[in-house]
Design a protein around this ligand. Structure first.
Ligand code: F6P
Length: 469
């Protein structure tokens, strides 16, 4: 039992089997889990983290009862569902429906289709949320605080309010929240269920005022009442970044990168292969940059770090092939004009020291998501960068709200606008460049994860909405 329970679909580390069949802890992918975990460890909370058993190793740990995994002061407890239930909840509802809706990714003439199969998946999504609520109730001490994260677990608020009205609860959405019009894509009853579930939390938090406002409007329209809401941005986790930046692995990766890049100017991007990250238009913008600026050919290259994600979904596999194909086409097109060197270097390995090396080394960082809750790369890059690098940033990223006057903002669908911003960044006079990069660094280091966590936990409160069964 614990006085603080954190719940998120993904755990702070994943358990994988080593060659001898022993389970070993590996850092989890994605931005949320490592940042939140380091904040919890730093604050030495007595905390239980409830997560899905996602890998075969985690399923083994959960099934054998060896779920008392304790790593760096965090006790990890698994919710272990039948693979079909988990896949319906995670792949079909959370990733292929809610993620697409929240990031404006639907190709509406074709998708979504809410048919009987999808309705069954929604049933499984309910079962998944219920399993999390039950597990939280088992782990939470009397009057404990509970922090629930993200779009995977919206229904948990109402379920906890019904079962354990003694708990102070808070939900935090790390993604955007869609406008009421966009949320209306969901079937009426599921939309209402989702918003009622969230209204069951003591408070709901968002990274920016825009997402908070969208949620308040949707809740008022659909449920008729709005829970307490708040906004708290998240910055770079300097402790974790600095440790990696100082490591011999990172020094080795930086040396290799310097050799590859030579004396060319370096544009970097670093993302999961994720539809909302807008990789294709980023490559097209680089194409337009070389077309519009012959003087940059052979003198500028783009390093794109793009590591695989959600490969259980056909859309993600197709997107990855499209991105790889486009890079091949553009390299073929430009290599000769660039002195025989392919100007785009695509790295698909998920190796954090390599990412940190690229962020230390860039002249321009390109972060152009279609829409993003915050985007931690836009904060981590300026925090780490050692070359007075500039940031070209989508106006649709949550991070833009606090960086609009120091980053070069771009409309993410406008490839010509993005190419022009890259050219402007590469050409910026040294003193203006220095002013911007210093200010970027200062702002990106504000709001470290520990301060974010303390502020979010201070918002945990008893739910105000009376449970209705
Ligand atoms: O970036 C938003 C986010 O929801 C994070 O909170 C989370 O780490 C990630 O996306 C989820 O991705 P995945 O499906 O790989 O766990």
């Amino acid at each position: 039992m614990s006085s603080l329970v954190v719940a998120a679909n993904r755990g702070p580390f994943s358990l994988v089997e080593d060659a001898a069949g022993q389970l070993v802890a590996k850092p989890a992918g994605g931005g949320l889990a490592p940042s939140l975990a380091s904040a919890l460890v730093a604050d030495e909370h007595d905390v239980v983290w409830v997560a899905s058993a996602m890998s075969p190793g985690e399923r083994r740990a959960a099934a054998s009862g060896a779920i008392d995994t304790q790593e760096k002061g965090l006790a990890l407890r698994f919710v272990d569902l039948a693979p079909e239930t988990y896949s319906a909840a995670y792949d079909v509802v959370a990733n292929a429906t809610l993620w697409f809706c929240y990031h404006g990714l639907f190709d509406t003439p074709r998708r979504p289709v809410f048919d009987a199969r999808w309705r069954e998946a929604w049933e499984q999504f309910r079962a998944y949320n219920l399993a999390f609520a039950d597990r939280i109730c088992e782990e939470a001490d009397d009057a404990a605080r509970v922090l629930v994260n993200d779009y995977h677990l919206p229904l948990v608020g109402k379920l906890l309010a019904e079962r354990r009205p003694d708990l102070s609860t808070v939900h935090f959405t790390h993604t955007p929240f869609p406008s009421p019009g966009e949320l209306n894509i969901l079937p009426r009853d599921t939309r209402r269920e989702l918003l009622e579930g969230m209204a069951g939390f003591g408070a709901c938090g968002f990274h920016t005022r825009r997402w908070e406002h969208a949620f308040r409007e949707a809740a008022a329209a659909s449920v008729g009442e709005v829970p307490a809401t708040f906004v708290k941005g998240l910055g770079a986790d300097w402790g974790r970044l600095d440790e990696v930046a100082r490591s011999p692995e990172c020094a080795e990766r930086l040396e290799a990168l310097n050799e590859r890049v030579g004396d060319r100017r370096l544009i970097v991007r670093s993302d999961r292969v994720e539809l909302s990250k807008n990789l294709l238009r980023g490559f097209l913008a680089f194409d337009a940059l070389l077309a519009d600026h012959p003087e940059l050919r052979g003198r500028t290259c783009l390093v794109a770090r793009a590591y695989a994600s959600r490969e259980g979904l056909a859309e993600y596999l197709a997107y990855r092939s499209e991105a790889e194909h486009l890079v091949d086409v553009l390299n073929e097109k430009w290599s000769a004009a660039c002195g025989g060197e392919p100007p785009i270097l695509l790295d698909v390995d998920d190796d954090f020291p390599s990412t940190v090396a690229a962020l230390r080394r860039y002249d321009v960082l390109l972060v152009n998501p279609i829409r993003d809750g915050m985007n931690l790369v836009a904060k981590e890059g300026p925090a780490l960068n050692e070359r007075g690098g500039l940031l070209v940033l989508s106006e649709e990223a949550g991070a833009y709200e606090g960086l609009s006057d120091v980053a070069l903002g771009v409309q993410p669908f406008d490839v010509a606008d993005t190419a022009a911003a890259l050219a402007r960044a590469l050409d910026m006079p040294a003193d203006e460049r220095r002013r911007r990069s210093e200010e970027l660094k200062r702002r990106c280091l504000a709001e470290p994860p520990a301060a974010w966590l303390a502020a979010v936990l201070a918002e945990a409160r008893l739910p105000t909405r009376r449970p209705t069964r």
